[in-house]
Design a protein around this ligand. Structure first.
Ligand SMILES: C[S@@+](CC[C@H](N)C(=O)[O-])C[C@H]1O[C@@H](n2cnc3c(N)ncnc32)[C@H](O)[C@@H]1O
Length: 449
């Protein structure tokens, strides 16, 4: 194996010169960044069927950890239970920033390894329960080899959270790179950056980059963030994947896509972008699309929405994709991962029988018309009642006025409630005493339509 195959020299130099993403350790005093991909409640739900015991034995690896976002969030979540994080990163400059951030937070459950993924895998470390690898594999000379190397250090029941570039949503960048390619020769990275800054500073208003980034604010932000410009527009080694490419990439390492999910700047619930029911309204077309295999449906969404510059997803060795979406098993307890506001249930009672919107404050909403007992039903989703308990409560206490056996109606009703509240990860499921930490960024409210 040549040195270039491990990591191209140009990529190495790039991240020594521009640690990514741009982070100031001083800011750790004021805020905690929580990359949604690595939120353990979500990892437990999608990758471990809600059954993972997250304790002192839990080992996480952050491969290509950059300036430390995922490492910090995982180490924060694991510090109280004694779990550990291994931060793997070849760039010393990036490691200095990541280490300073962890020190600023007093995190002591992190081990730092200065190596590439291949070098680390070759050292045959103890295996990991969860591996984060975000924004790294598409910069490798051989991404499949990188993924196989990561799989080789994953426990048999372990899982990975991966992010790679999205081919379709990133067309603006691909076009930009074609445009500047002839201008890059004979310029070092600093000169390339200076030239790119000039071009961005006077960008024609119809340029595709503006649309991809959601407007002029995106370009203003870029101009204050040289590492972002370099990473986005001047990277010497990169590739991108469409939905089918993601599935094929996973299969190349004998892994399955357990779920697509969210990423910074892409919402905490990126999975909703991949659900045709959220994009297509026409019932006949929806029926036709629903008959297609899941990956074809998701591939349709990618091109129809045009809004996926990246794909963030979980990988597991066994196929869990369907199970994570269905009503959980009888012994699991659904819980509100996004907490309702204190007045949520009272508001729901007051609005019973009327069309309402339930929202999470980040642009996600579902509309429904609840019956008089919807608030009572939702209130028993307390993370302690299992699905079997919920069926019994619904059948015997809430639907008990009905003159017929309500068991199957209770199950169907629960399934409908679950589908509604799981769509944007408002509810997840775990064992009753398992890992059920709610998200702190969103809150559920209800209002009249
Ligand atoms: C775009 S940054 C992503 C950083 C971080 N994962 C994040 O999401 O914020 C890519 C990182 O991968 C690292 N990297 C590149 N090639 C690598 C390799 N072969 N093995 C391990 N890390 C690598 C780079 O040094 C860089 O810090």
């Amino acid at each position: 194996m040549t040195v270039n195959r491990l990591m191209s020299q140009k990529v190495r130099e790039l991240y020594e010169q521009f640690p990514y993403p741009l982070r100031d350790p001083q800011e750790e005093k004021d805020r905690l960044l929580m990359p949604p991909l690595d939120t353990l409640s979500r990892v437990n739900h999608y990758c471990f069927g809600g059954t993972k015991v997250i304790d002192a034995s839990f080992r996480a690896l952050v491969a290509g950890g950059g300036t430390g976002d995922a490492m910090i969030w995982l180490a924060e979540q694991l510090r109280d239970v004694g779990g550990s994080v291994t931060y793997l990163e070849p760039s010393e400059a990036s490691t200095r920033v990541a280490r300073a951030r962890a020190e600023a937070r007093g995190l002591e459950n992190v081990t730092y390894v200065n190596a590439t993924i291949s070098e680390f895998a070759a050292s045959k470390p103890d295996r990991f329960d969860y591996i984060n690898c975000a924004g790294v594999l598409h910069h490798l000379e051989d991404p499949q080899e990188g993924l196989r190397d990561l799989a080789s250090v994953l426990k048999p029941d372990g899982a990975m959270g991966v992010m790679v570039y999205g081919e379709h949503g990133r067309l603006a960048v691909t076009e930009w790179r074609k445009m500047i390619e002839p201008l890059l020769n004979n310029k070092d990275l600093s000169e390339q950056l200076a030239m790119t800054r000039k071009l961005l500073g006077n960008l024609p208003e119809d340029n595709m980059l503006l649309k991809m980034g959601g407007g002029p604010g995106f370009i203003r932000g870029l101009l204050e963030n040289d590492p972002e410009i370099v990473d986005l527009l001047l990277h010497p080694v990169e590739c991108a994947y469409d939905v089918h490419g993601v599935y094929d990439f996973a299969a190349s390492a004998d892994l399955h896509v357990a779920a697509f999910t969210g990423f910074f700047g892409f919402g905490g619930t990126g999975k909703a972008h991949y659900a045709i029911g959220n994009l297509v309204r026409d019932p006949a077309l929806l029926r036709e699309l629903s008959a297609m295999p899941l990956r074809d449906q998701q591939a349709f969404c990618e091109r129809y929405s045009g809004a996926m510059p990246l794909h963030a997803f979980y990988l597991t060795r066994s196929d869990r994709a369907q199970a994570a979406e269905m009503l959980p098993d009888g012994d699991l307890a659904p819980y509100f991962f996004v907490k309702p506001t204190p007045s949520f249930f009272d508001d729901l009672v007051a609005l019973a029988g009327q069309p309402v919107l339930i929202e999470d404050g980040s642009g996600n909403a579902v509309d429904l018309t609840g019956g008089p007992d919807l608030a009572r039903l939702l209130a028993v989703f307390d993370g302690k009642n299992t699905v079997a308990d919920l069926v019994r409560i619904l059948r015997d206490d809430i639907l008990d006025k009905q003159p017929i056996d309500m068991n199957s109606i209770a199950i169907n009703t629960l399934g409908a409630v679950w589908a509604l509240f799981h769509k944007f990860d408002w509810m997840l499921a775990s064992r009753p005493e398992g890992w059920q930490k709610a998200e702190s960024e969103r809150q559920l409210t209800v209002r009249k339509q």
